[in-house]
Design a protein around this ligand. Structure first.
Ligand code: SF4
Length: 262
């Protein structure tokens, strides 16, 4: 496949996780099969009709292309945005692994240009990840570990209980560790609805697979139907609690909402 459904391509800095603040060229894919209660990207849930492309690095001015966007046009956009001046190329969404062939094609074209290829994913599509890493190596995989207290699948019946995500995340983590992935870390968005038992289960699963995997606890930025943050006392208690099972636990909030950057 030589084209992709994209929402946007732009230059900014990474707003979350262990590489927060690093210069990053973002390629945001359209469509997502989850419905996180706090999602700040609901415009990415369905395939996008058009893609906006920043016209110069840091300009925040955009031109628009119809979808799907051809691979050549993605590479041209990256060149115009001086891809080689970034530390990372982030393949994000939406959920990029709904388009594994396009993810692999973009990673193949932009890998080796200087920046490290950084995949941001909901961490559930293990078969798609294997399909990507069979074609191309990824430098960093940021995988979410979703909690049923705040996340549902788009296909879940309204009002019914959401099925847990733990088994699928476990398969995904194993696939990332077995594939051509330079570094993988797990990110859990914690909200006022998060429960101690959910986090205990996440840590126990990670500890049983690869205990050195970094775990980022990310306090929710209120958005969507989530109106409040967890208290500082709960955040610190969760950090201590997780650190009893895993050696590398970090409490890192999102920074892009503070600066109001792209
Ligand atoms: S996985 Fe990401 S894009 Fe999809 S609903 Fe959750 S936060 Fe939004």
């Amino acid at each position: 496949m030589n084209d992709a459904n994209l929402v946007e391509v732009f230059s900014s800095v990474q707003g979350e996780g262990p590489y927060v603040g690093a210069t990053t060229l973002f390629v945001r894919f359209g469509e997502c099969d989850l419905r996180c209660a706090w999602c700040d990207s609901a415009h990415t849930w369905l395939p996008a009709r058009t893609c906006r492309i920043e016209t110069a690095r840091g300009s925040a001015a955009f031109r628009t292309l119809p979808n799907p966007v051809a691979l050549d046009a993605i590479v041209e956009a990256a060149d115009i945005l001086e891809v080689e001046r970034h530390r990372f190329v982030s393949l994000t969404g939406g959920e990029p692994l709904l388009q594994p062939d396009a993810v692999a094609a973009v990673a193949e074209c932009l890998g080796g240009r200087g920046p490290r290829i950084y995949l941001e994913t909901h961490g559930l599509a293990s078969v798609a990840l294997e399909r990507v890493t069979a074609r191309v190596a990824l430098d960093v995989v940021s995988m979410d570990w979703k909690l049923v207290s705040d996340v549902r699948r788009a296909s879940d019946p309204k009002g019914g209980a959401a099925a847990p995500f733990h088994d699928e995340h476990e398969r995904f983590l194993r696939a990332a560790l077995a594939g051509r992935v330079g570094q993988v870390f797990v990110k859990v968005v914690v909200t006022a609805a998060s429960e101690d038992g959910e986090l205990d289960e996440v840590c126990a699963r990670i500890a049983s697979i690869a205990p050195d995997t970094p775990l980022v606890l990310q306090p929710v930025t209120p958005a969507g139907s989530v109106k409040e943050r967890p208290t500082a006392a709960r955040l610190l208690a969760w950090t201590r609690r997780c650190a009893e099972q895993l050696p590398d636990v970090r409490l890192i909030p999102q920074t892009h909402p503070i600066y109001d950057v792209l």
